[in-house]
Design a protein around this ligand. Structure first.
Ligand SMILES: [Zn+2]
Length: 70
Protein backbone atom coordinates (compact mmCIF):
# COMPACT_ATOMS: atom_id res chain seq x y z
CA UNK A 1 0.00 0.00 0.00
CA UNK A 2 1.34 3.39 -0.97
CA UNK A 3 0.75 6.27 1.42
CA UNK A 4 1.69 9.84 0.58
CA UNK A 5 1.44 13.04 2.61
CA UNK A 6 -1.02 15.66 1.51
CA UNK A 7 1.09 18.57 0.13
CA UNK A 8 -1.16 21.06 1.87
CA UNK A 9 -1.78 19.68 5.37
CA UNK A 10 0.65 16.69 5.37
CA UNK A 11 -2.07 14.29 6.40
CA UNK A 12 -1.48 10.75 5.20
CA UNK A 13 -3.33 9.87 2.00
CA UNK A 14 -3.63 6.30 0.76
CA UNK A 15 -2.69 6.25 -2.93
CA UNK A 16 -5.53 4.29 -4.50
CA UNK A 17 -8.45 4.85 -6.81
CA UNK A 18 -10.67 5.80 -3.87
CA UNK A 19 -8.45 8.80 -3.06
CA UNK A 20 -9.78 10.89 -5.92
CA UNK A 21 -7.91 14.02 -4.79
CA UNK A 22 -4.53 12.36 -4.35
CA UNK A 23 -1.91 13.42 -3.57
CA UNK A 24 -4.22 15.74 -1.62
CA UNK A 25 -6.39 14.42 1.21
CA UNK A 26 -9.43 16.40 0.10
CA UNK A 27 -10.73 18.76 -2.52
CA UNK A 28 -10.24 21.59 -0.02
CA UNK A 29 -6.49 20.94 0.21
CA UNK A 30 -6.27 20.62 -3.56
CA UNK A 31 -7.93 24.01 -4.03
CA UNK A 32 -5.72 25.60 -1.36
CA UNK A 33 -2.67 24.30 -3.18
CA UNK A 34 -3.85 25.59 -6.54
CA UNK A 35 -4.60 28.95 -4.93
CA UNK A 36 -1.07 29.15 -3.56
CA UNK A 37 0.33 28.42 -7.01
CA UNK A 38 -1.81 31.21 -8.42
CA UNK A 39 -0.56 33.71 -5.84
CA UNK A 40 3.06 32.55 -6.35
CA UNK A 41 3.49 31.75 -2.66
CA UNK A 42 3.87 28.05 -3.28
CA UNK A 43 6.87 26.39 -1.65
CA UNK A 44 8.26 23.73 -3.92
CA UNK A 45 9.34 20.67 -2.00
CA UNK A 46 11.08 17.38 -2.68
CA UNK A 47 12.36 16.51 -6.13
CA UNK A 48 11.04 19.69 -7.67
CA UNK A 49 13.13 21.87 -5.32
CA UNK A 50 16.24 19.95 -6.35
CA UNK A 51 15.40 20.69 -9.97
CA UNK A 52 14.97 24.36 -9.12
CA UNK A 53 18.34 24.39 -7.36
CA UNK A 54 20.01 22.83 -10.38
CA UNK A 55 18.41 25.46 -12.54
CA UNK A 56 19.81 28.18 -10.24
CA UNK A 57 23.28 26.67 -10.48
CA UNK A 58 22.96 26.50 -14.25
CA UNK A 59 21.92 30.14 -14.28
CA UNK A 60 24.93 31.12 -12.13
CA UNK A 61 27.24 29.14 -14.41
CA UNK A 62 25.91 31.06 -17.38
CA UNK A 63 26.48 34.36 -15.58
CA UNK A 64 30.06 33.38 -14.67
CA UNK A 65 30.73 32.65 -18.29
CA UNK A 66 29.20 35.92 -19.33
CA UNK A 67 31.38 37.91 -16.92
CA UNK A 68 34.65 36.09 -17.60
CA UNK A 69 37.16 38.59 -19.04
CA UNK A 70 38.51 37.63 -22.42
ZN1 LIG B 1 -4.80 17.85 3.21
Amino acid sequence: MTVVNCPTCEKKVVWNTESVHRPFCSERCKLIDLGEWASENHTIEGAESRDALQFDEFDIALNDEFFTPE
